[in-house]
Design a protein around this ligand. Sequence first.
Ligand code: NAD
Ligand code: DAU
Length: 332
Amino acid sequence: MRYLVTGGAGFIGSNYIHYLLEKYQDIKIINLDKLTYAGNLENLKDVENDSRYKFVKGDIGDVKLVDALVQQTDVLVNFAAESHVDRSIGTPDAFIKTDIFGTFVLLEACRKHGIQKFVQISTDEVYGSTLKGAFREDSPLMPSSPYSASKAGADRLAYSYHVTYNLPVIITRCSNNYGPNQYPEKLIPLFVTNALEGKNLPIYGAGKNVRDWIYVLDHCDAVDFVIHHGKDGEVYNIGGGNERTNLEITDIILKELDQPETLKVFVKDRPGHDLRYAVDCTKLKQMGWQPQYEFEKGMKLTIDWYTANQDWWKKIKSGEYLNYYRQQYQIS
Ligand code: NAD
Ligand code: DAU
């Protein structure tokens, strides 16, 4: 099977490429990634000489390049996106270009050349926030940030290519991932690495927002599962079943790293901050998929990974990242 994985140098994409190479012997993977600030080839250093794997630097919005690559592809899994909500509030442009237009370019190439499967990696954020219950795949979409709105656009565009052109599209909507190789702008890697450095942990608002957390390899496994068992044109929610407030996550990290409560600081809230995400995963579970990583085990693995791989995140935290954080928190 020949895979085109887009955004494979990022957090989930690189974990997915490792997952595929470990699981399947007879596989060819092309990783198309633009290497934005979030793309990092160090995530794939151990497989760069694997004859089953090839990296291509490029933009999913590049029609000519995408056209050529899709002709060598059986399964396309689209992870490529601008993925950080805070950045989408400051600079939404790139989100529209990559998350919507880029997905359009991929879909058009697949329409032209044919494909066995097109997997659009969407997100649970497309449903928006809810105080009670959990969203099913047929719940209305109410995205509330430029990030989630751009993802909702891509999600529905992919669906339209199934309905209109009979393209074999599957859409997944996963909850918050955590694990190794996540860029330290997201809650868990930011707080773990800050705690390791003895720096403050900036909690937005009152810290009462709730997310459902899933270990990244469980997400990878669910994507593989729907490729083999899913139905074209369907949406699949993917969740870990681990709802926690941001304060609970903060306390777990401080306790595990034996750091004081005084590192907690409450900062200005994120504009339009969604209070709670929750997905109902009955559809996938009834098909036989289950997450494997218990939350406590996944968190321990994750914290241990950032503790053992300080070179990885220290390099990141001293580059472009610093400019971003100076702007974000208005520090000089
Ligand atoms: P990430 O930011 O770590 O990685 C994104 C990758 O896409 C990077 O390697 C980047 O270089 C690449 N990229 C960006 N623009 C590109 C372009 N125009 N062309 C080619 N490559 C480009 O993101 P992530 O957390 O790994 O998320 C991956 C996907 O999963 C995204 O589509 C995101 O919306 C979705 N998702 C993420 C989560 C989560 O919790 N992180 C949950 C559900 C869904
Ligand atoms: O739900 C899936 C989504 O999860 C993905 O689609 C997104 O790509 C991914 O970034 C993530 O979005 P969130 O906004 O939920 O993740 P983030 O890690 O940015 O924030 C998690 C929670 O922690 C959120 O309530 C905001 C809060 N937070 C975050 C940061 C970075 C803080 O309190 N302080 C912080 O410094």
